[in-house]
Design a protein around this ligand. Structure first.
Ligand code: SF4
Ligand code: MG
Length: 341
């Protein structure tokens, strides 16, 4: 049977300063029901843009989206807006970084969840309200019947994110896209929210796409990870393999920048030096070459002129990366590369 989510050769372009920028180029991945794919990368890498494109949430008059996105067997690219509206919430739902910005400040949380339910169900206000209270309980809000009558400002940031998750799941979508859902929260609450998402994934049997700039959050709750750089997938595969034997220099850089791997607790972050390429310039070659420490030493001139394929370079066939390092060189570099698992 086909995976629930199948993305093939997705390209997203939109105009910036008079030119069409390629925010996402040739992205492909699958997500099965009950599993979580992490999409990791710096801001501007295309991870949010690719996920918005899944649900047709771009400015459709200005952007050009090509490729295929099949969710539950239906093609979403080019789907008419009216049908997309039906599937948003029902088939796939999204939660964002700042829960407060997504909640209406003057409406009770119970009312907002109930209305989200009524968008997709013909039912009484009373029945929708009962459903909202039930969802609040499932996302771990104590006294849900009473808290349903509270306004967003009466909840902490973590509790607001639980409310958003309740609202996202109230119509039982089989795909949940979470875009940096814990970035605005403190570390303990982050772990609780990620645990909650994983628990609900198992309970509802849904597929989850978790977008993050932090590889550290990936290990506990994700099955697969896709590392994006400059709009492209540069490394992709099972978490155990990608974070246990990473093969792309950009992934090594991301791992090195984790505080837990860079010396004593509280040690400084080591960001990867340099900046991503200017998206307005269509440069040939590997998009990472201006920042890569390895191309001069081991991969040579091809890095500047030829875009590497996404190909198997380590482990089983499910782990692929986009780099010219040859196998022995990759092993050499891998010995000095950091690993998370
Ligand atoms: Fe570095 Fe070359 Fe690999 Fe790109 S292809 S990541 S420049 S070694
Ligand atoms: Mg983003």
């Amino acid at each position: 049977t086909d995976p629930f989510v199948q993305v093939r050769d997705l390209t997203v372009r939109f105009p910036v300063a008079g030119s069409m920028v390629r925010a996402v180029q040739g992205l492909s991945y699958d997500v099965e029901l009950g599993r979580t794919l992490a999409i990791v990368g710096e801001s501007g890498s295309g991870k949010s843009a690719s996920s918005l494109a899944l649900l047709g949430l771009h400015d459709r008059r200005r952007s050009i989206i090509t490729g295929s996105v099949r969710i539950g067997g239906r093609e979403f690219i080019g789907m008419p807006e009216e049908q997309l509206r039906h599937h948003r919430g029902n088939t796939a739902a999204m939660i964002f970084q700042d829960p407060r910005a997504s909640l209406h400040p003057y409406l009770t949380v119970g009312y907002q969840i109930a209305e989200a339910y009524r968008l997709h169900h013909r039912t009484t206000r009373r029945a929708a309200r009962a459903h909202a209270v039930d969802m609040l309980g499932r996302v771990g809000i104590a006294n849900p019947a009473r808290r349903a009558g509270d306004f967003p400002h009466e909840f902490s940031g973590g509790m607001c994110q639980r409310v958003m998750i309740a609202m996202a799941l109230v119509n039982d979508p089989k795909l949940l896209i979470a875009d940096e859902p814990t970035t605005a929260l403190d570390v303990t609450v982050q772990a609780q929210i990620l645990g909650l998402i994983a628990g609900l994934r198992d309970e509802f049997g849904s597929a989850v796409i978790l977008i993050t700039h932090d590889l550290g959050v990936v290990t506990d709750v994700c099955d697969d990870v896709l590392v994006m750089y400059a709009g492209r997938s540069v490394e992709h595969g099972p978490v155990r393999s990608v974070l246990g034997s990473p093969t792309h220099p950009y992934t090594w850089g991301l791992l090195e920048s984790l505080p837990s791997l860079s010396g004593p607790a509280g040690g400084r972050l080591h960001p990867i030096p340099g900046a991503p390429p200017d998206p307005l310039e269509a440069l040939p070659g590997c998009p990472f070459h201006a920042r890569c420490e390895y191309h001069a030493r081991v991969a040579g001139d091809r890095c500047r002129t030829v875009l590497p394929d996404l190909a198997v370079r380590a482990g089983d066939g499910a782990h692929r990366s986009r780099c010219h390092l040859t196998a022995p060189a990759a092993v050499f570099a891998g010995e000095i590369a950091p690993r998370l698992i």
